[in-house]
Write a protein that binds this ligand. Sequence first.
Ligand SMILES: Cc1ncc(COP(=O)(O)O)c(C=O)c1O
Ligand SMILES: [Zn+2]
Length: 400
Amino acid sequence: MSALPPSAFTHLQCSICGEVHSAALPQTVCTSCGRPLFARYDLGAARRTLTRASLADRPWTMWRYAEVMPVIDRTFVISLGEGMTPLLHAARLGGSLGIPQLYVKDEGQNPTGTFKARGLSAAISKANEYGIGEVGVPTAGNAGSAAAAYAAAAGMTAHVAMPADAPPVVMDEVRTFGAHLSLVDGLISDAGRLIALGVAEQGWLDLSTLKEPFRVEGKKTMGYELWEQFGGELPQVVVYPTGGGTGLIGMWKAFDELEEMGLIGAERPQMIAVQAEGCAPIVRAFDAGAVRAEPWLDAETLAPGIRVPSPFADDLILSAIRASNGVAVSVSDDDILDAMGELAEEEGIDAAPEGAATLAGVRKLVASGVLNPAVSVVLFNTGSGLKHPELRERVRERMD
Ligand SMILES: Cc1ncc(COP(=O)(O)O)c(C=O)c1O
Ligand SMILES: [Zn+2]
């Protein structure tokens, strides 16, 4: 990767109060207001080299966007080939839904089978540059297996905590990559409390979603890829299964950076957040016109990645949806199972339940007249169906 231009990363800045923080040492959240920090770049410098023409010769991973990635010395980058996932035209499903321009961004083709690879490649690479040896991550499951894989590649020790009812495949992955796995009787929020103890007592680096500034930098590359894959433009609608919201927030940040570099105009896709009926804090807050989301009690859904009862960056998720003129919508577990079957049978796409939720959400929004079917729509299939052998039979039963 030595031929790539340098990173234009300069500092961190609070996403809410705007306070500037140095990135010379690892940071967590804003020391003034406790909210997420964003990486900031000298975009004036970045725009001189980051062009569609220059990208043509670059490596086929998310690290191709070198100017707007936070690792300064590229020898510290830990890459397993994450990013540059296919944008599939879902012509058959689009036909039956009446959306001719329906696409699926298939994030299931990432290392460890989910888009979590992007965030963890960025966070572990930056931790590597800081000389960190031990990291901790609370997870619904998939971020844990990605963290374990990248930590293994970096020669770091990873501590992963997840709910005891997380997918067994993911637990196996974590153990096989050599990470320390703790199972908690509860949800990702309870896993977070366990990891916080290790952070306080053992000095691990906390990789919790958006309490660590660089996972979102990896996730934002989904926005850059959309721009490349749509030939220097953006789709009109982006549909995203929203748990902690890192991907949605990251893409929104990418669009702002692209505009500041003069690579797009002021127009943005409508951002549609899809949640499960059994855990829909963002949908409830969106419908109520609230700026923050109340924690969701007794969260329950078969899609573990969106079983996030109290997303830390709720305000950033809600403001991106509103600024984009988007909406938030919830779907039932049965709708999710049906959508998994449809994606498999109609398109040959083996979707994770979270990814399939986006199809269920779009179906609902088209039926209610909220979504105009004459526009380009990208569904984010955030993971592979291979993570969920336990759902196969239930999906097939409903297909018959
Ligand atoms: C497959 C999958 N989809 C979606 C999500 C939600 O991601 P985000 O935190 O970006 O909202 C997760 C998070 O665990 C996931 O594993
Ligand atoms: Zn702040």
